[in-house]
Design a binder for this molecule. Sequence first.
Ligand code: ATP
Length: 368
Amino acid sequence: MARVEIKNLNKVFPGGIQAVKNANLVVEDKEFVVLVGPSGCGKSTTLRMIAGLEEVSSGDIHIGDTLVNDVPPKNRDIAMVFQNYALYPHMTVYKNMAFGLILRKYPKKEIDRRVREAAEILGITALLDRRPKALSGGQRQRVAVGRAIVRQPKVFLFDEPLSNLDAKLRVQMRTEISKLHHRLQSTMIYVTHDQVEAMTMGDRIVVMLDGVIQQVAPPLQLYHHPVNKFVAGFIGSPPMNMVEGRLAGENGTVHFIDKNDAVCLTVPPERHAALKGHLGKKVTLGIRPEHLRESGTPQGAEGASIKALIEVVEPMGFEINLYLNLGGQSITARINTSVEPTVNTQHVLDVDMHCAHFFDMETENTIV
Ligand code: ATP
């Protein structure tokens, strides 16, 4: 198995579109790293450069100890699983899985052993004689993964492999790929636009925007300590609430006041030092939906309540999502209550300011 390193990697397509800007990343041996970001952020281009399917404009890619910039894809010892599976329609499942090894002139016995072992791992032994058109989407996806496994590559690359599956199957395949990673103990790089997939599968997550890596961190670190407003808003569902306003401080107190002067929230003392340089300045307050709580619960910070108009109530079973209008700004709360609140009524919520995030309004970087 192998570590993958990209150094100062750039990709400029003909016409001048810069898809990847000065990317630096080390994927450790046996690590599962997920590249995530909105459409067009450059995640597929990054993966395709690692695979050798896209030429590098500048920068280096190492797989193991080898600089692979000029190594053709077939000699990089990687296997890639695509969104569209790319199976050969006229071949059986067995032949689809065996084909790469046949081309590489592996002995028949070894090919048979590897195909049957991979089929067993993936639970598709009974399908080996079928052709792809006689398989469901999930079964085709397994064959595509099987074809990668038999190669026993140094690195697995996945490009949105679950996008064509329905929601239930996606969740199932997600856990299967995670189990596969534990079983094979191999290096895996996985591209998705789905932050839930990223959070649940990755040892570490790479968040990209406009060709630039924004943050690289384990899932919970990203969730609790996003480096900027984009990462904070992209990771988490429903997304973090962003309320624009300013910080005011006097007589040892600090308050956040929203831009319409409709809300004044007391900031707890333990956060004052970090916010000192921003008193009197415009900031964005970030508060996750679960940190807005039913009024009167112990976690609500003193002097930090809001009253907002309920526009939509979404009962989720264990919790209720409330979509509210706070003086013209939309906010979401995730509350745990047995009494369903009524639409078009004013509702009081406590804001857990101990968990609030503050972003500089100009740079959008995290202050604290
Ligand atoms: P998606 O989730 O939509 O696949 P992505 O994050 O994977 O998006 P890329 O496919 O890497 O994004 O594309 C990054 C940027 O490069 C986009 O602006 C895209 O339009 C552009 N791009 C990708 N391939 C080419 C190409 N062959 N020629 C020109 N521009 C391209």
